[in-house]
Structure formats: structure tokens, C-alpha cells
Design a protein around this ligand. Structure first.
Ligand code: ATP
Ligand code: MG
Length: 563
């Protein structure tokens, strides 16, 4: 975690609230936040926003931040998810130190609080079915009706709740409900369920419990037990805040965290719902949670995104109360900004066209040139690249009949080969179908290193790989997983799955500099003029590298080629 630069959370309304609290010496001037994932899936870029916000505020205010697994739903949760979440938070550069908690650690205390609620006459055991509960709850315009079990005596409630805990009743036959107000304009306050019966094995508490507390009840009390000061969550919980406060108020808890809501992150051309991401994994639309096309943190890591770039992204998009969708290009911009500074340069030819240099001596061996590893970082040094009489260039870098502004290879035109020589195209060789299969060029030996020998200018510089010394490598080229900006919107009878891009993965063999065969997994490169790539963490092997395209380069030559 030493590489983490100081995370500064841009000014936002939450910081204004904290500043005000500190001014008033609220919470003894402590700032204590938490990140509370439910371990029912892998983390995605939306969670990264929440992580950067919570841990960022902790850091900035000299406070602390807990990691708490909100594990109250035994059926959907799994240790695989717990482990992946810890790995992802660490990878993003954050540290919960010794403050790793589980809501399930509080099950005993939560049970005691429930007993207290019953004793206060503020909770009752209800025997309505989920359907009846729904019917009695009313609507936004109609008040609810009280459950027939609402007025049981305290003794009766204590007895029944104890027997619920002891496993005497089947799943779904009884619940414990808070007794609040069936005609509250806020539906969340119409006697919400606090406990339900679920005879399921829990990944941490095993078979100890067959009743499990509900989210709203668990969350505020867990925050309170940990001494959280600012409990930051997404906007959909705004209407739950009165309930959050109600539990803490009636139980007269010694500490009362403040819930603050912000707008969740949405990005176009992707989905950020764990349920949908799980479906993509389970139904094999992608190759696992860490498929490089997934918007998960593990997918991004495998694709070559960096923690610094994701933190930068979180800073740039800011924190507001207004729902909005961020353009995917903002994320890609942040990735490029970081990789431009750190990724080593190399040459790879994606769509090769053979070039024979006719005046290059047949017997010239060991013509070794120097390539700059990173023009942005002199310390990255140089590498040796062997030249040869036959090379490959990018097919797109040649046009037989070029438009005016095409500065690359064309009959009679001279270009610079990166780090090597000026070459001039003399002859175009075609196959029987008229397709160009080879160019015959001449080179100027005096331009060695790519320097002009006499001040004459060439307008284009293109990349190349030696046919003699170069190697092949697998490149995985990714496009958006979805074709529509908002994949959640699907026509009648269709789902988000119908919006998937069938061509989101293209696998090709490219010619690469021989040094790339030694790439270690996760090594990041800029293949000059082609894009940023990262050696795949699962499938790349020494001698048989596999590179994921992290992000393309933003450059004008690609646009010209398209015209
Ligand atoms: P689901 O995807 O099923 O709605 P969830 O994303 O809410 O679930 P949690 O594990 O409960 O899953 O999320 C942990 C924390 O991350 C919560 O505080 C939640 O508010 C926050 N979070 C989740 N999604 C986003 C998002 N898109 N943008 C910002 N924060 C998010
Ligand atoms: Mg949630």
C-alpha cells in the first residue's frame, strides 16, 4: 500500500456536513466511517466510488474507516465473496487495519436489542404471510391496516420470539415486526419486519441461528456498536433514514450515527447491479467475475486498469445528491492518464503487412537499435531492438491511393520506422485477387536511429516488428459488453441480455517485439500507436504471452484511417 498517493476527496456536500460537525464538536470531533458490503457478489466500480469516499474521508479527517461485511442473508452469501472483497479493497489502496467486522458478529447483541424492543412494547411476533403483510401495508396513497397480531402481550411476544429462535416454527411462518405506525406516510415505518425465520447455514455462524435480522434493523445498530459517526449510503436509503433513526432513538443507544445519502454511480454501456452481474457469470455470458469485460474491480484489475486511475476517477466524478450517468470515456481517460506515465512502450503489429527492404544487405546481422521504454519517464531507460531486411508494418499504415493528409506509407512516399530508418515505398506486390501482400522499399542507412541525415523531413512515423526476430502473441481486444447506453432499458419481452454486444471479445495473433515474450503477468505496456495492454493474469505464460487490451489510444491517426 506504499504506492498510494494522498487521496484527497474533492469538496462535496458530505465534507460540508463533517466540517460543520467538527465545528460543533459533535461526536467529540471524531470522524469514523465504514464500508459495508454484502458478501453476495464481487465488488464493482460503483462500490469503488463508495470505498474511495468512505476511506478517503477517514484519511482526510484523520479519522478511521471500518470494513464491515453486512452478512445477514445466509442464502446468498459466500466466503469466496468475502475474500474477493478484501482483496479488492486492499488493491484499491485502502487499509482497514484491525477493523474488520461482520454484522453476524453482532447477532447476539441484535437479539438482545430485539428483546428490549419487545419489552418496550415496540415489537411483536406476527403470523401474517409475506403476501398478507404486503396487502396490509397499504400504498403511497392509502394507509396500512394493523396486523391482527399487533396487540399481543409482551409476555406472549417474548415467548413466541424465543421459540422462533429455538427453531420451533417453519420458515416464513412468523416474523418479528417493529410496532411503529401503520398509517405513516412513509411505508418503511409501517411496522417493518425486524426478524425472519430462515433455517439456513450461515458462512460464519453455521447453524447457530435460524432467525436472521433484516437489513434496516441490523445496519443502524451495527453502525452504533462500532461508534460510526457518519454512515454514508446511496440515495435509495433516504426513505429508510427515519427507520434508521427510530431504532436508535427508542433503544436510547449511547451513540447515534448520522446517515447521509449520496447518488450512486451509473456508467453508460454497462450494468452495475450485482444480481445482473451474477447472472452474466452464472449463465456464462462472460468468463467469471474477473472477466476483463466486467465492470468489477477484479475484472478491471485483470484488464490492466490501475488503482491510482480508479481513485482518480472517483475523485473526478465527485459526490452529489443528483442521479446521473457518467460517460465511460471519463473512466478510460483516467486509465490513459495513469498508464501514459507508467506503462512501458513496445511495438506490436496487429494486422501485418510484409515489407522487404531491397537495398538492406542480406548478410547484415546484429543491427541493434535503441528503443525508448517510456518517453514520460527517463528512468525507464532504453531497450535493444534488432532490425532485419524483412519486417512487418501495420496494414492500415499503407494506402495505395492515399488522400492528401495521409502521412504514412504509400507508393513513392518516405516514412520513418520508429527508432530505425527512413524507408521509401518502391513497389507494391499483390496476389491474384488484387490484395496487397508485400511492399518493396528502400532504406536510407544514414537515417539510422530514425534521425534525419540531412534535415529532410518525413511526416509520418510508423511502428514495425522484425519478421526474423519478432514473435507472435495472443491479443484479446475488448469492446463494450453492451451495445446500448442504458442496457437496463429493453423492449417489451426482452431483457438486458438482449442488449449484449456479440463482438465484445476478439482474439487475434499479433507480431510483437521478442522482449515481450518475457512479460510477466500484469505487466503493462503501451503498444505504440495501438493501445495499452496488460499480460493476462490467468492465461499468459512465459514464452506464450496473452495480452488484454486495457484501453485504446486517443489519437487522430485512427480517425483519419477511418475516413
Ligand atoms: P445491489 O447491486 O444488489 O443493489 P449493493 O450494490 O447495494 O447491491 P452492497 O454490498 O450493499 O451492494 O454495497 C455496499 C456499499 O456500496 C453500500 O454502501 C452501497 O451504497 C455502495 N454502493 C453500491 N453500489 C454503488 C454505486 N453504484 N455507486 C456508489 N455506491 C454504491
Ligand atoms: Mg446494498
Amino acid at each position: 500500500m506504499s504506492e498510494i498517493k494522498e487521496t484527497v476527496v474533492a469538496n462535496n456536500f458530505i465534507k460540508n456536513i463533517i466540517d460543520e460537525d467538527l465545528k460543533n464538536n459533535k461526536n467529540d470531533s471524531r470522524v469514523h466511517t465504514r464500508f459495508p458490503p454484502e458478501p453476495n457478489g464481487y465488488l464493482h466500480i460503483g462500490h469503488a466510488k463508495s470505498i474511495c469516499l468512505n476511506f478517503g474521508l477517514g484519511k482526510e479527517y484523520n479519522g478511521i474507516t471500518n470494513l464491515r461485511f453486512d452478512d445477514t442473508n445466509p442464502v446468498k452469501e459466500d466466503v469466496e465473496y468475502v475474500d474477493s472483497i478484501m482483496e479488492d479493497v486492499k488493491w484499491l489502496g485502502f487499509d482497514w487495519e484491525d477493523r474488520l467486522f461482520y454484522a453476524s458478529d453482532y447477532f447476539d447483541k441484535l437479539y438482545d436489542f430485539a428483546i428490549e424492543l419487545i419489552n418496550l412494547g415496540l415489537a411483536y411476533v406476527c403470523e401474517q404471510t409475506p403476501e398478507e403483510i404486503r396487502q396490509f401495508r397499504g400504498t403511497l396513497t392509502e394507509p396500512g391496516k394493523p396486523s391482527p397480531y399487533r396487540d399481543r402481550t409482551i409476555a406472549e411476544n417474548l415467548d413466541l420470539f424465543g421459540r422462533m429462535k429455538n427453531g420451533e416454527f417453519p420458515d416464513g411462518t412468523k416474523t418479528l415486526r417493529a410496532k411503529i405506525d401503520m398509517s405513516s406516510p412513509n411505508i418503511n415505518m409501517r411496522d417493518p419486519v425486524v426478524y425472519r425465520i430462515k433455517k439456513a447455514h450461515h458462512h460464519r455462524t453455521g447453524d447457530k441461528w435460524c432467525i436472521y435480522p433484516m437489513y434496516d434493523y441490523t445496519h443502524c445498530l451495527s453502525d452504533m456498536l462500532e461508534g460510526i459517526t457518519h454512515s454514508i449510503c446511496t440515495l435509495e436509503f433516504e426513505d429508510h433514514r427515519p427507520l434508521y433513526d427510530w431504532f436508535l432513538d427508542v433503544l436510547k443507544t449511547p451513540c447515534h450515527p448520522q446517515q447521509i445519502e449520496f447518488a450512486r454511480l451509473n456508467i453508460n454501456y454497462t450494468v452495475l447491479s450485482k444480481r445482473k452481474l451474477l447472472q452474466l457469470v452464472q449463465e456464462n455470458f462472460v468468463n467469471g467475475w474477473d472477466d476483463p469485460r466486467m465492470p468489477t474491480i477484479s475484472g478491471f484489475r485483470r484488464r490492466g486498469y490501475t488503482p491510482a486511475a480508479i481513485r482518480d476517477f472517483a475523485d473526478r466524478i465527485g459526490v452529489t445528491k443528483g442521479e446521473s450517468t457518467v460517460d465511460y470515456s471519463v473512466l478510460e481517460f483516467c486509465i490513459r492518464e495513469d498508464l501514459n506515465k507508467t506503462a512501458l512502450r513496445a511495438m506490436a503489429v496487429v494486422n501485418p503487412l510484409k515489407v522487404t527492404i531491397e537495398n538492406y544487405p542480406d548478410d547484415l546481422k546484429d543491427d541493434i537499435l535503441d528503443g525508448v521504454n517510456n518517453p514520460e519517464n527517463p528512468e525507464a531507460g532504453t531497450r535493444k531492438i534488432k532490425f532485419s531486411k524483412v519486417i512487418y508494418v501495420e496494414r492500415d499504415d499503407f494506402m495505395e491511393d492515399p488522400p492528401k493528409k495521409f502521412f504514412r506509407l504509400a507508393p513513392g512516399k518516405e516514412v520513418r520506422l520508429r527508432y530505425a530508418y527512413f524507408i521509401t515505398c518502391k513497389e507494391v506486390i499483390k496476389d491474384e485477387n488484387g490484395e496487397v501482400i508485400e511492399l518493396i522499399c528502400t532504406y536510407d542507412p544514414a537515417s539510422r536511429g530514425g534521425n534525419s541525415p540531412d534535415g529532410r523531413k518525413v511526416q509520418g512515423t510508423i511502428h514495425w516488428v522484425s519478421a526474423e526476430y519478432g514473435k507472435t502473441a495472443e491479443l484479446r481486444l475488448y469492446e463494450n459488453l453492451f451495445l446500448t447506453e442504458n442496457p437496463d432499458i429493453a423492449p417489451e419481452g426482452k431483457t438486458f441480455l438482449d442488449n449484449m454486444n456479440p463482438d465484445s471479445l476478439k482474439v487475434i495473433q499479433a507480431w510483437v517485439e521478442p522482449s515481450l515474450l518475457e512479460a510477466k503477468t500484469n505487466d503493462k505496456f503501451q503498444f505504440e500507436r495501438v493501445g495499452y495492454f496488460c499480460a493476462d493474469s490467468k492465461d499468459s505464460q512465459p514464452g506464450a504471452p496473452v495480452f488484454n487490451r486495457t484501453v485504446g489510444l486517443r489519437d487522430s491517426w485512427a480517425k483519419i484511417a477511418k475516413k
